[in-house]
Write a protein that binds this ligand. Structure first.
Ligand code: PLP
Length: 331
């Protein structure tokens, strides 16, 4: 069996919605390739088509299917005020007939723009909480869940980013798409670069790698926490998702695939860096692709820096995954 079929075979029994229009486009970035002297391609997960697109639609395809098929009547989750995840959760719930309850953390803005504006348009019920401490947020979410249950409702809880075993299946599936592209085009990627936040995206790709035995490197550019911590979280979710589908594996095949780099994080989550600003400009001006300041801009800053430092061979194709988020530019 080829690599893509090996992966798809593991997922075939698991019900999934088709909100995302798949496969997403994958194309060569000719201008950036020439400027960086590498062979660079981009997987356009900003074009998953649903609710302005992005990586979260792949996760929601699995999670919302679970919510519907197990009889829940609403979705509840949380994120930052300008969370991409919450925008997509709001939309995924509404189109599937589920009420959506969001707890949004951070300062409530005077004017509701960007993702928050879209949450409202999708009809989400929003509770703001000023604290960004995880314990405070979880307490607020639990309070809301209890309140809903007391009213006879059945809310389906999803943690931030949908980064749990079932959500990550979306990126095991994405790994099959990447392998299928290689099988049909002959372009054999050696490196996959992406932003790593709540970690489910990288974890799903890694689990896909374990299943199919792909020999390249998946490099997550950390956008919210230090490398060691991020690696542990990726590992845990990848392990959970392989267990979830009942796939048996050698521990070493998993641990050897963990690569996180926090050099492009700067001063922290949502704090833009000069490299990120430059990467956003380069992608727009040379490729007509809009990134964002929180995730993909930082990942692209890492990619560009690696290329400039000669960390990629010009013969070995590199794949950048655009995970979406450009709505953020309208904050
Ligand atoms: C646009 C974008 N890219 C990347 C990520 C990171 O994905 P993950 O949380 O699965 O690590 C996120 C997460 O919120 C995101 O919104």
């Amino acid at each position: 069996m080829n690599k893509s079929d090996l992966i798809l075979d593991c997922l075939k029994e698991i019900p999934v919605l088709e909100m995302s229009i798949l496969p997403t486009p994958l194309h060569r970035l000719n201008n950036m390739s020439a400027r960086l002297s590498i062979d660079l391609y981009c997987k356009r997960d900003d074009l998953t088509a649903f609710a302005f697109g992005g990586n979260k639609t792949r996760k929601l395809d699995y999670l919302v299917m679970d919510a519907i098929s197990t009889g829940y009547d609403s979705l509840i989750s949380f994120g930052a005020v300008q969370s991409n995840w919450c925008r997509m959760t709001a939309t995924a719930g509404s189109v599937n007939g589920l009420d959506v309850f969001l707890v949004l953390s951070g300062e409530k803005p005077g004017k509701e723009t960007s993702n928050l504006l879209l949450d409202r348009l999708a009809g989400a019920n929003i509770t703001f909480i000023e604290s960004t401490e995880r314990d405070d947020i979880i307490k607020e979410v639990n309070k809301k869940i209890l309140e809903l249950k007391n009213k006879g409702r059945k809310p389906y809880y999803m943690p931030v980013g949908g980064s749990v075993a079932r959500g990550s299946l979306g990126y095991i599936r994405a790994m099959a798409e990447i392998m299928e592209y290689s099988e049909t085009s002959g372009v054999d990627f050696r490196e996959i670069i992406l932003a790593s936040g709540s970690a489910g995206t990288q974890a799903g790709l890694l689990a896909g790698q374990v299943i199919c035995g792909w020999q390249g490197h998946i490099r997550g550019m950390a956008v919210s926490r230090p490398r060691d911590e991020q690696e542990q979280i990726v590992l845990e979710i990848a392990r959970d998702s392989l267990d979830f589908i009942g796939y048996e594996y050698e521990e070493q095949s998993l641990t050897s695939g963990i690569h996180v780099d926090d050099s492009y994080l700067g001063d922290g989550y949502r704090l833009i860096t000069p490299g990120c600003r430059q990467a956003i400009q380069d992608f727009v001006r040379y490729e007509g692709i809009f990134l964002d300041e929180v995730y993909t801009g930082k990942a692209a800053a890492g990619l560009i820096d690696y290329a400039k430092k000669g960390k990629f061979s010009s013969q070995e194709p590199v794949l950048f995954i655009h995970t979406g988020g450009s709505v953020q530019l309208f904050e």
